[in-house]
Design a protein around this ligand. Structure first.
Ligand code: NAD
Ligand code: SER
Length: 319
């Protein structure tokens, strides 16, 4: 039975990964942390620490106290927040990870760290981007993600730390709204479709990016950490994807279920530039072969599920 520590547990991924890990390993075996305080049932129902991921001393204490063997390191600034504050992005994303890796070197715990499609850049092959290819990102977020991949590989080869990671595409979810990302438009479009029947998108309608529905993103994180290490030829970080679409495609699928849905555009140049520098679609063969990765949701099944969940929530709110 794993005993898990999570940094950045209150974010978009943490808010759903925690529930999945608690179900699998038991609530007391999943220790949450975030730089923010939280008084909700979510964090009150199990162990929670308000701690900065750069505070390695405090994290070692927690790891020892709870007998932790695995950390899911989710604390980070995302792409648009990183462009708004590049210094903070470097500090949190790189120094935060460095602190966690040092803790792992000292205590022997395994480390899961998400990288991103942001780790690619404008001269990466754009279609079916291979696992091993050119990575020259032009955003601070991307630079921190490539640095993170390299650091994690270094700690594995040099110190034997069991580091593993995936390059997540944009994640679509309905528990915690995303903040500060470029792919966030795809989440907001569903929320606004249900609330208002219309959406103003900050990316151009024909901007293709890889996406994944949260249940598949969670499955990837758990399956990789449970994979047989002997089968892993790669470690940091595996391409994973479930679908590639643009805002116009998403709007068209929403119209299958909300026929009057309307979309218009007010382009954010910063997020458009980030999206333009990322792949249109990834190839995830290594993840499929080395640890059996296979997503369940495509654009249609995700759209149906998102709209069903959000509509139910709206109807409950009306009562
Ligand atoms: P998020 O922004 O929703 O959550 C991050 C959490 O980290 C927040 O709760 C924040 O309070 C916390 N945090 C920030 N600085 C901290 C610090 N110094 N110490 C401790 N906690 C701190 O992010 P997310 O979407 O949950 O992403 C988690 C990871 O997955 C990140 O590494 C991100 O780059 C990666 N990722 C996310 C996506 C996506 O679409 N959400 C896609 C690719 C990769
Ligand atoms: N979803 C993330 C972002 O847009 C990609 O890593 O920043």
């Amino acid at each position: 039975m794993k005993r898990i520590f999570i940094t950045g547990a209150l974010g978009q991924i943490g808010s759903e990964l925690v529930t999945a890990l608690r179900k699998r390993y038991g609530t007391d075996n999943v220790v949450l942390s975030d730089i923010k305080a939280d008084k909700s049932e979510f964090s009150n129902s199990g162990p929670f620490y308000q701690v900065d991921c750069r505070d390695s001393k405090k994290i070692v204490e927690i790891i020892k106290k709870h007998g932790i063997d695995t950390v899911y390191h989710l604390a980070a600034l995302l792409s648009a927040s990183g462009e708004a504050n590049p210094q903070a992005a470097w500090d949190i994303n790189v120094n935060g990870l460095y602190s966690v890796l040092e803790v792992a070197r000292e205590t022997g715990i395994a480390v899961f760290t998400p990288s991103s499609i942001g780790a690619f850049g404008p001269n990466t092959p754009r279609d079916f981007t291979p696992q091993d290819t050119i990575q020259r990102p032009t955003s601070m977020y991307g630079i921190t993600k490539v640095t993170g991949e390299l650091l994690c590989d270094y700690y594995y080869h040099r110190y034997g730390v069991d580091t593993r990671g995936v390059r997540y595409p944009g994640i679509i979810s309905n528990v915690k709204e995303p903040v500060g990302g470029t792919t966030d438009y795809a989440v907001y479009m569903y929320y606004e479709a249900v609330e208002k029947g219309r959406y103003t998108c900050f990316l151009k309608g024909d901007t293709y990016l890889d996406m994944i529905y949260m249940p598949d993103a969670i499955k990837a994180g758990i399956d990789l950490m449970e994979a047989n290490p002997e089968r892993l030829r790669h470690r940091n970080a595996f391409n994973v994807t479930a679908m590639s679409f643009c805002p116009e495609d998403e709007a068209a699928y929403i119209r299958r279920y909300i026929p009057g849905f309307e979309i218009d555009y007010s382009i954010d140049p910063v997020r458009q530039a980030l999206a333009n520098s990322w792949p249109n679609s990834l190839e995830d063969y290594a993840a499929r072969v080395e640890w059996g990765w296979s997503p369940e949701y495509d654009l249609d099944s995700m759209t149906q599920d998102m709209l069903k969940v959000l509509q139910k929530r709206k109807d409950r709110g009306r009562k």
